[in-house]
Ligand binder design. Structure first.
Ligand code: TRP
Length: 544
């Protein structure tokens, strides 16, 4: 058997593991759920969930890996007994890694496509040839009309004309004394654009509005430009749909991601994974720094920061706690043996607690920074973050970047950031399967990587063709396999294996006794209870 490879330094393990944890979960999912749950207090609840659930399981997973020096299946067998049913927990972890990577790689591929789009300036202005095509859709015609009316009303016409329009629309009660008309019309118009338009249509005044607008724009040469600009959101959605509806293209980028991942993982722990993480994790932080500073400078009133810190408590619900707990798991890559696998390559002298603290902290910091990158943009442009899909990452944000000087560069930075975050997660997923083949089947690394990556690539193909298959694999893993895995891992450490092995690990680095007692209490009582609650709620959602 080959000699077991090791991380060459503390920073190597920490950066690689943080690379696994930092992913789409941080860049897209966290800003979105934190927004939906009102920021502020929700962030605090999330931090408590990280400390009470995420952090103890992080120590458990890295620790089981380090103590056993085996893949997850071997680790449970070694520490739990040869016939222990916990072997199956390990096997379920390997299966989760296989399944998750098969669709994660597809989404990672989109970031490659979008990096190219950024360079070619696809989101800048809509090409003239596209304008005609876009105007064939009634929905886009609506968009253009509404924008025209909005603009006509809000800024370009005299107060007299504005008043007349509002009166035509039956929406012109006398403004409160002392109100400046422009702010008054804005207020009336913005929350109820549909209402005004409908009202105009009913009273037959829509044409009059349009003709006022025409005087300002249509007859001028600027109209084409204006139209191209107005159609940008439709154009951006189109670009995204073109990609999502093109299985062959998706498979092509899926293949590229799997090839890059294969090349890195074949290099092994030290010269492949660690090297990549040491170069590119700092790049990831740097890119993020630039984008955060750009967002903060843009948001002169600091609305984004204020939402993050103080938030909107009315949005906080009972389920927010469940959401925070569930996400704590996913974002730290827990519940399926990824951290176990990385822990198994730690040197005997490595410091378990210190590494766990760093990994957890880095993931949490990136999640918060992602909010600081996205929220200011949401406020400054008055957007509503769209929910159900990766929409905000791939349709709204590119548009906003192109509103700045140097939009192409900002947009490129952003998609490279997404790409790097997804790649370092993909690497860790592949490594879980590879370590299993190496440790359990005694295959060499090269064969293990090629077989694992090949099978995962093939398994991803149906996900590229059928959205329902994609969603099924996603939901099966994140809502079912990961929470069950996490619960069983906590129970294993708390009740089955010799928990004093953790005490030895902590004592070796001279930590005070209470640290071990905190860990023991968490892993025996607090974590299983909380995970059970999350799991129960998720099963319920899953069945409905
Ligand atoms: N933590 C990753 C993210 O935030 C997603 C993830 C979940 C993951 N489980 C994993 C990544 C296991 C690697 C390994 O996007």
């Amino acid at each position: 058997m080959e000699k077991r490879d090791h991380w060459s330094s503390r920073a190597g393990l920490i950066l690689a593991a943080a690379g696994s944890a930092v992913g789409l979960g941080n860049l897209w999912k966290f800003p979105y759920i934190a927004w939906e749950n009102g920021g502020g207090l929700f962030i605090l609840i999330y931090l408590v969930a990280i400390i009470l659930v995420g952090f103890p399981i992080m120590i458990t997973e890295v620790g089981i890996g380090k103590i056993s020096e085996r893949d997850p299946v071997g680790a449970f067998r070694l520490l739990g007994g040869h016939k222990s049913p916990f072997r199956w927990v390990g096997l379920m972890g390997i299966a989760s890694a296989f399944l998750i990577l098969s669709f994660y790689s597809i989404v990672a591929g989109w970031a490659i496509q979008y990096s190219f789009h950024s360079i070619t300036g696809k989101f800048g202005e809509v090409p003239a040839a596209q304008v005609a095509t876009l105007m064939e859709s009634p929905k886009n015609v609506e968009l253009v009309k509404t924008t025209a009316l909005n603009e006509a009303l809000s800024k370009d016409l005299s107060d007299h004309d504005k008043k007349e329009m509002l009166r035509d629309a039956n929406l012109y009660p006398p403004p409160p004394v002392g109100t400046e008309l422009s702010s008054y019309t804005n207020e009336l118009w913005l929350p109820a654009s549909g209402g005004i338009k409908e009202s105009l249509e009913k009273t037959g005044k829509l044409d009059k509005w349009k003709s006022l607008f025409h005087q300002r724009y249509v007859d001028s040469k600027e109209y084409d430009q204006w139209l191209a600009h107005t159609l940008r959101p439709a154009h951006s959605t189109n670009i995204f749909l073109e990609l999502v509806d093109d299985p062959v293209k998706k498979i092509f980028f899926h293949l590229i991601i799997m090839l890059i991942t294969t090349l890195i993982v074949i290099g092994g722990i030290h010269s492949g994974i660690e090297k990549f993480a040491k170069i590119f994790m700092p790049v990831l932080f740097l890119l993020m720094g630039v984008l955060v500073v750009n967002s903060l400078m843009l948001d002169t009133e600091q609305q984004g920061v204020r939402y993050l810190v103080f938030g909107d408590i009315s949005k906080l619900k009972a389920e927010s706690i469940i959401t925070a707990l569930g996400h704590a798991f996913f974002t730290l890559s827990l519940g399926m043996g990824a951290m176990m696998t990385y822990g198994s390559y730690m040197k005997k002298t490595g410091n378990l607690l210190n590494a766990s603290i760093w990994i957890t902290a880095m993931d949490t910091i990136v999640a918060i920074l992602a909010c600081l990158m996205i929220y200011p943009i949401i406020f400054v442009y008055g957007l509503t973050p769209s929910s159900s899909s990766v929409g905000i990452l791939f349709t709204t944000l590119p548009l906003e970047f192109f509103n700045f000087q140097g939009g192409a560069i900002l947009s490129l930075f952003f998609y490279l950031l997404v790409l790097l975050a997804a790649l370092t997660s993909a690497i860790s997923l592949l490594e879980v399967v590879v370590t299993y083949f190496v440790d359990e089947k005694s295959w060499n690394r090269k064969k293990s990587v090629l077989v694992a990556a090949g099978l995962i690539f093939l398994f991803g193909v149906p996900s590229a063709f059928y959205e329902s298959f994609f969603d099924f694999v996603d939901s099966l893993t994140s809502n079912f396999m990961l929470p069950v895995g996490g619960l069983l891992i906590a129970l294993f450490a708390g009740y089955k294996m010799d928990i004093d092995r953790f005490q030895e690990e902590l004592d070796a680095h001279g930590y005070p006794k209470w640290v071990f007692y905190f860990f023991k209490t968490s892993v025996r009582y607090i974590t299983p209870f909380l995970v059970l609650v999350v799991f129960a709620v998720q099963i319920k959602a899953w069945l409905v």
